[in-house]
Design a protein around this ligand. Structure first.
Ligand code: ADP
Ligand code: 5GP
Length: 196
């Protein structure tokens, strides 16, 4: 069993910037990294599996999780509720396991309050035009919801100052390489090595 406390990595950024894409590509490249599975009230998309992609819960159950202090953070993101299970994250960290969260900016700011020792990585779009192309290309969102996300992005960029790292997701391979490098560098920090 590890003698150090695990490191909490938080990947965040505007909707459509490629957080999920980068997270999914980084996970198989990094050993001993646990991915937290969020709870959400949104309906599963085709192919999504309960307990693997998300814990899909009813709004009533989500409210119960909030009231019971079961969530490290939670936020309403474009009409649905999302939250990070507190117990999973804290038990992994206390066992010395590193944990990766991929959450929206409101959630990341709450985690920063509670766990400022975490490593906060902002994924930024190369440009608003490219973000718009990605949101259109993803095919999940109506024209109206794309406009809402683009408007939010302008304000969300103001929160960059709360993050430790900024990774521009231009070519996905480069962004993945950078996030992987950040994880490796943080693991090599002397304070994270328990050298005394
Ligand atoms: P988020 O999780 O931040 O909302 P997604 O990972 O769902 O974003 O990505 C949004 C869309 O952009 C998806 O269709 C994805 O395939 C595409 N995408 C992600 N990264 C890149 C990239 N570097 N270049 C081009 N398209 C990308
Ligand atoms: P999607 O519905 O496309 O899977 O996710 C929508 C948004 O919710 C994404 O920006 C994603 O990062 C965010 N998200 C996913 N899980 C959580 C969570 O546990 N907490 C918060 N605050 N946001 C989350």
């Amino acid at each position: 069993m590890s003698t150090r406390t695990g490191i909490l990595f938080v990947i965040s950024g505007p909707s459509g910037v490629g957080k999920g894409t980068v997270r999914n590509a980084v996970m198989p490249l990094v050993d001993d990294l646990q991915m937290s599975i969020s709870a959400t009230t949104r309906a599963p998309r085709p192919g999504e599996v309960d307990g693997l992609d998300y814990f899909f819960v009813t709004p009533a159950r989500f409210q119960q999780m909030i009231a019971g202090g079961e969530l490290l953070e939670w936020a309403q993101v474009y009409g649905n509720l999302y939250g990070t299970p507190y117990e999973y994250v804290t038990s992994m960290l206390s066992q010395g396991r590193d944990v990766l969260l991929e959450i929206d900016i409101q959630g990341a700011l709450q985690v920063k309050e509670k766990m400022p020792q975490g490593v906060f990585i902002f994924i930024s779009p190369p440009s608003v035009e490219e973000l718009s192309r990605r949101l259109c290309g993803r095919g999940n969102d109506s024209e109206e919801s794309i406009q809402i996300r683009l408007a939010a992005c302008q304000q969300e960029m103001d929160h960059i100052k709360y993050y430790d790292y900024v990774v521009v997701n231009d070519r996905v391979e480069d962004a993945v390489d950078k996030v992987r490098s950040i994880i490796m560098a943080e693991r090599c920090k002397r304070k994270n090595l328990n050298l005394g």
